[in-house]
Design a protein around this ligand. Structure first.
Ligand code: HGY
Ligand code: MN
Ligand code: MN
Length: 415
């Protein structure tokens, strides 16, 4: 039994049309109208596959396929929201491969012992509503509903209002679970598998991530009459901090540091910027090192403020601790890859995933498919069809190992 690759590729192509960008990528921000359209399509596909669909109080969508037994399910999940001008595969691949697994089990009339659930997690990217993995974190009890509903985007729209606006504010009792085991298939988004010449990876954990917001307050003034020696230019001070973030990360083995978002006020050509807000994303496999990276950032902010006369506030507002996955689920993934005769290797994820929060409450693991040139979060994101197919077959066999098989036919149903 193997997945129907052409059907998977066709579903990926159709979903990628929702929010398609001219450069061949996708912009489908959480709780946007594009997200609603994609959710509506996914709901239809899940219903067509005979899944029992429910939506919870954070908009997480779950499609349940009954097993011979009731109770705890094996989850296969990911997300369909994207970053701005992101790729066609980040998140969508894991959701649609899970759907393809359900469709394949239907084709072969397979009944699993445990039920299976396909989940689309709301707002994995945390681009429009920071932080990331907000809805899976809430289901795992890391964020309260009030905190989640109160998160705002750059226009001041709240998560709660936008969730209601797109018609996906469901009920608490519809949350995914109870969870027997959790699998998430995802593109690697890095160079490791490609450098090793491998199609798939067996993921053992996710590195730690911490996001900070830095607010720089100087003094807005006229760009002309203001002597250089009297200025308190928030953007010049911020520029020194940004260069410092890059340097801090480069001096710590295994660390990465990124300033991805910045806003200068009033952001007009002839006014000295009085205020700048910017984001700092640090990642490392060791939690103590994450703390050291932020301490270095805070020290640098104090030094720049003292020298330039601006104020700099560092607010570390989100930390996702490094998360090792459950050995028995990792073993199921490894066994599936071996059974398929696929060469693979173990690795940790440098990207955050909902699997992090699910692992806090249930045994979880991930499967990676090779990323060409290691690119992601950009329109050039790409994985070869045969690697996407390989990953989806690893998901299929991993799910069967974890859920058990009650009965099956040996050949695909006609038609
Ligand atoms: O930020 C991340 O690593 C994920 O793409 N949300
Ligand atoms: Mn993702
Ligand atoms: Mn992503």
């Amino acid at each position: 039994m193997r997945i129907n690759a052409e059907r998977l590729h066709e579903s990926l192509r159709e979903l990628a049309r929702i929010g398609a960008t001219p450069g061949g990528g996708v912009t489908r921000l959480a709780l946007s109208s594009e997200d609603r359209a994609a959710r509506d399509l996914l709901r239809r596909w899940m219903e067509d596959a005979g899944l029992q669909v429910r939506v919870d109080d954070f908009g997480n969508m779950t499609g349940r396929r009954a097993g011979a037994q009731s109770g705890a399910a094996v989850l296969m999940a990911s997300h369909i929201d994207t970053v701005r001008r992101g790729g066609r595969f980040d998140g969508a691949y894991g959701v649609l491969a899970a759907l393809e697994v359900m469709r394949t089990l239907n084709d072969f009339d397979v009944t699993t012992r445990a039920p299976l659930e396909l989940v689309n997690w709301t707002n994995e990217e945390g681009v429009r509503f920071e932080p990331a993995m907000l809805a899976s974190g809430a289901v795992a009890g890391r964020f309260t509903p009030d905190y989640v509903y109160g998160r705002t985007d750059w226009d001041g729209a709240t998560f709660g209002d936008e969730l209601a606006r797109i018609g996906y504010k469901g009920e608490r009792q519809n949350r995914p679970g109870p969870i027997a085991a959790y699998l998430e298939l995802h593109i690697e988004q890095g160079p490791v598998l490609e450098d090793a010449g491998l199609p798939v990876g067996v993921v053992e954990g996710i590195v730690g991530i911490t996001w900070s917001e830095v607010t720089v307050e100087g003094h807005a003034d006229h760009a002309g009459p203001s002597p250089m020696g009297l200025r308190r230019d928030a953007l010049v001070a911020a520029a020194r901090l940004i260069a410092g973030v890059d340097e801090i990360a480069r001096t710590v083995e295994g660390a990465v540091g990124t300033v991805g978002r910045i806003a200068a006020e009033p952001n007009v050509i002839n006014t000295i910027p009085g205020k700048v807000t910017l984001s700092v994303d640090f990642r490392h496999a060791d939690p103590a090192t994450l703390d050291t990276l932020v301490a270095s950032l805070e020290r640098l902010a104090r030094e720049i403020a003292a020298e330039t006369g601006v104020t700099m506030k560092v607010d570390r507002f989100w930390t996702s601790e490094p998360t090792p996955f459950a050995a028995e689920v990792v073993a199921a993934v490894q066994g599936a890859a071996d059974e398929l005769g696929l060469s693979s290797r173990r690795l940790w994820s440098g990207a955050g995933h909902d699997a992090k929060y699910v692992q806090d409450v249930a045994p979880s693991a991930m499967i990676f498919a090779r990323s060409i040139n290691g690119l992601s979060h950009c329109e050039e994101e790409y994985s070869a069809p045969e690697d996407l197919e390989a990953g989806a077959n690893v998901l299929l066999l991993s799910a069967l190992r974890l859920a058990g098989v009650e009965g099956e036919r040996s050949s695909r149903k006609r038609g």
